[in-house]
Design a protein around this ligand. Sequence first.
Ligand code: SAM
Length: 266
Amino acid sequence: MLIDIVTIFPDFFRGPLDYGIVRRAREAGLVTIAVHDLRAFAHDRHRTVDDRPFGGGEGMVLKPEPIFECIEAMGIAPRGGRQAAKHSVVLLSAQGRKFDQSVANELANMERLVLICGRYEGVDERVGRFLADRELSIGDYVLSGGELGAAVIVDCVTRLIPGAVGNDASTQQESFTTSELLAGDGPNSTCASGGLLDYPHYTRPADFRGMEVPEVLASGNHEQIRRWRRSTALEKTLRNRPDLLESVALSAEDKELLARSKGKQT
Ligand code: SAM
């Protein structure tokens, strides 16, 4: 997969993409990340990429010409042919659709992904309307620029590329992930979250300053461990993200475990 990042701060990406899974995926050739300096597509000696907003108001707006020219120079498929070519051009924007695990899965199937980072008051609207395929927001808050959002998307998408994570099954069993691999695989492969939050994880020592690991996890009883994990995932979801429960297909066992958790909470 090739990921292109368009930014006025190319040096921002020295670091965030140089560690862990993303670094290994780059070294293994699973993903290539090209960072493009938007100012290289400016036409004046001051390398101007922004201008005042039409209609007045605060701040500056990123101009459309350098962004269009930068994307055109990459050889990206024209908008109508992007889906077939598996190319996607994304504008980072607080006004975009919320980036989540299902969008990450969609993007991980692309062969080429372009991430345009806005700055100042934002980007000329024609970029979102006529150049990008979608606008994505990483959350309901306003950042100073799209670079942090781009780094978040690169990290999240890269770990979904087959081979990027040591055990591919593990990315199918995490928080938010709806997967074909459902409960019943046994505790070695864990039970898939099925769209819930992940269950709590523990490692050695079994007793740390008097804080003990739940006994069931050391019991060796696979069925009890599976049930405990499912139950604690449901509990945690109920406590921290009850909204997720509305879109998860709950089994009869889930409903029973959830009813018990609700009983404990009242
Ligand atoms: N005036 C804009 C608004 O109110 O929606 C905010 C502009 S923000 C200061 C500058 C740039 O940061 C945006 O163009 C976008 O690229 C990026 N940005 C800000 N918040 C973001 C978010 N939640 N998700 C993704 N990108 C964001």
